[in-house]
Design a protein around this ligand. Structure first.
Ligand code: GLN
Length: 335
């Protein structure tokens, strides 16, 4: 981890110019790393350009920052899980989602089958594939087509622009996702999916194939940081309560079995995807969108993680970082 002073999380962001400079520093620092590998278990992802790298920050006051490949489109993949979860909670209430899906970390890989077996068919949390597919199945809609339209338009509202499907990645994943099909069938065998398992896999695979940019991810994250209102479009997407609950789930589960390390080093709720995207959220301050396709062994972007660590420290975003209040500085109540 880089040796850089940690600022306290309390208070406000530095000035726009200072934030812009720190974003540029984070880019320079993380660019030096060339470790990791592009995902290839979905064949179409293997052709990604490994050197792409972009950082975007969207403040809750509407100001934005971007450096590098912030307008290059890539598929949202697992990051969709966070926003579909928020939409489903907003529509059917968090209590029923909590009961059906859960909020605890599995400690196992995102596509683990063992985690389902170890927990009597319970999907455990909405950020692993089992829980994400069970969450997608809960999206209201009379048909799979209606569910898909609600997901596509809901994620577009988070981004503040219409999101499109990457047809190549969709057909590539649809023809190779035998493991996700097995997970959906297993959930079905435990009575945990109320809809047709193959349709649920299809809708889930589509949501993962939506194209976003780092700029989009920052806008989506800033909506979760801003009590559910997209600070750029002004549109309310979900309630403030749903944002709070979603961020708690991300803190515990957003980086799969590396969630503990991420929280320890960076101290922000976040979600990663295998195409190299990461969204990180500092409640009340900003959303961060990161994109670099080289991944670590758990499927998380390496440069994305390095850049997030730099930003968290230099901007004072780590939600666990405080400084002692100077004795006597509290205002006195004079009676
Ligand atoms: N669509 C991918 C899958 O289900 C998403 C995985 C990820 O981004 N970690 O395998």
């Amino acid at each position: 981890m880089e040796q850089i002073a940690q600022r306290a999380a309390t208070g406000t962001l530095p000035s726009w110019e200072q934030v812009d400079g720190i974003v540029a520093d984070a880019y320079r620092y993380a660019s030096q790393d060339t470790g990791g590998h592009v995902a290839d278990y979905i064949p179409a992802l293997a052709s990604a350009e490994p050197d792409l790298f972009g950082i975007s920050v969207a403040q809750t006051d509407g100001a934005t920052h971007g450096i590098g490949d912030v307008d290059v489109a890539f598929t949202i993949q697992s990051i969709s899980k966070a926003f579909v979860y928020a939409l489903v909670c907003d529509l059917i209430g968090h209590d029923s989602v909590r009961e059906r899906i859960g909020v605890n970390n599995t400690g196992l890989a995102f596509n683990s089958v063992i985690a389902i077996e170890l927990n009597d068919g319970h999907p455990m949390n909405p950020m692993v594939n089992a829980g994400a597919m069970a969450t997608t199945a809960l999206m209201p809609g009379a048909s799979a087509e209606e569910q898909w339209e609600a997901i596509r338009s809901g994620l577009s509202a988070f981004a503040g622009r219409p999101l499109r499907l990457d047809e190549d990645v969709l057909s590539s994943e649809a023809s190779t996702n035998h493991r996700n099909r097995a997970i959906a069938q297993l959930l079905h065998s435990y009575g945990r999916l109320d809809r047709d398992p193959s349709q649920v896999v299809e809708t889930y695979t589509r949501q993962c194939a939506l194209q976003v940019t780092a700029t989009d991810l920052a806008a989506m994250g800033s909506t979760l940081a801003d009590g559910g209102v997209n600070p750029i479009t002004g549109e309310r997407v979900v309630s403030a309560t749903v944002c709070r609950d979603t961020l708690a789930v991300l803190a515990a589960n957003g980086l799969y079995e590396r969630s503990g390390e991420w929280l320890f080093d960076i101290g922000l709720p976040a979600k990663s995807g295998v195409a190299g995207g990461i969204v990180a959220v500092c409640p009340g301050k900003a959303g961060i969108g990161l994109f670099s396709p080289r991944l670590d062994s758990a499927g998380n972007s390496i440069r994305g993680r390095l850049a997030a660590a730099h930003l968290s420290r230099a901007l004072g975003l780590n939600v666990f970082a405080s400084e002692a209040v100077v004795t006597g500085s509290a205002s006195q109540i004079v009676t």
